[in-house]
Design a protein around this ligand. Structure first.
Ligand code: ADP
Ligand code: 5GP
Length: 214
């Protein structure tokens, strides 16, 4: 029993996307808090830090020349321009971590998702969260209390655009009840971890099973 739990596996690149206000941050925080094997993939960005954001935790904050150098040097596995700022995923931490069986959670937009899928298809799992209704989405944005009416109108317009990319994902989960949604997302992650192709320790494990015993 003990041995089967320690079977080596390759990590999962777990992409969680949603129209702004759906509940992605809430689900992501809970996943990071309750699941010891997944860590956030920390992106590089040229956007200035918001109050409370910490360099190396929320993002690696870099200037435009440094971002351009990273792109040129091939240090980013994907990158995109969102709202006039550049965002990208550093390659080194991901490649080493996946090999060691560590999972990464990605908060990236649909463009980044497409690029990651094109480059690392077998490692990527794409999950899209949807609100139960457009009225509920607006209610959540207002309820969060962080944005002005103008910003909310902009987020709603962008949300409609983001919803149109629903068919670029492997799983779609409606975030109606938060606990039910979290359980579904966690179930997807657990099942994906058990995919045969990711369980790199299976060759030795099954060989031992076949030769062992009476
Ligand atoms: P996102 O990261 O997708 O923009 P948040 O996680 O910040 O969204 O959630 C937006 C707001 O909706 C927050 O105030 C959050 O507490 C609330 N929320 C999230 N999920 C639910 C849910 N299932 N039911 C009701 N409110 C929710
Ligand atoms: P924010 O500035 O609000 O933190 O993020 C703005 C947008 O950029 C979000 O939609 C987020 O998903 C996206 N984003 C953050 N990091 C990356 C990244 O590394 N690559 C891509 N493609 N998008 C990202």
């Amino acid at each position: 029993m003990e041995e089967s739990q320690n079977l080596h596996r390759r990590g999962v690149m777990f992409i969680l996307s949603s129209p702004s206000g759906t509940g992605k941050t809430t689900i992501a925080r809970r996943l990071l808090a309750e699941d010891g094997e997944i860590a956030m993939s920390v992106s590089v960005t040229t956007r200035p830090p918001r109050p409370g954001e910490v360099n190396g935790v929320d993002y690696y904050f870099v200037d435009q020349p440094e971002f351009a150098r990273m792109v040129e040097a091939g240090e980013l596995v994907e990158w995109a321009k969102v709202f006039g700022n550049n965002y990208g995923t550093p390659k080194a931490q991901i490649k080493a971590g996946l090999k060691e069986g560590r999972d990464f959670l990605f908060d990236i937009d649909w463009q980044g998702t497409q690029q990651l899928y094109q480059r690392m298809e077998t490692d990527v799992v794409r999950v899209f969260l949807l609100p139960p209704s457009i009225e509920e989405l607006e209610g959540r944005l207002r309820g969060r209390g962080t944005d002005s009416d103008d910003v909310i109108a902009g987020r709603m317009a962008r949300a409609r655009n983001e919803i149109s990319h629903w068919d670029g994902y492997d799983y779609v989960v409606v975030n109606d009840d938060i606990d039910a949604c979290f359980t579904k997302v966690k179930t997807i992650l657990d099942a994906e971890r058990m995919r045969r192709a990711r369980q790199t320790g299976l060759v030795d494990f099954t060989r031992n099973l076949m030769v062992g015993g009476a």
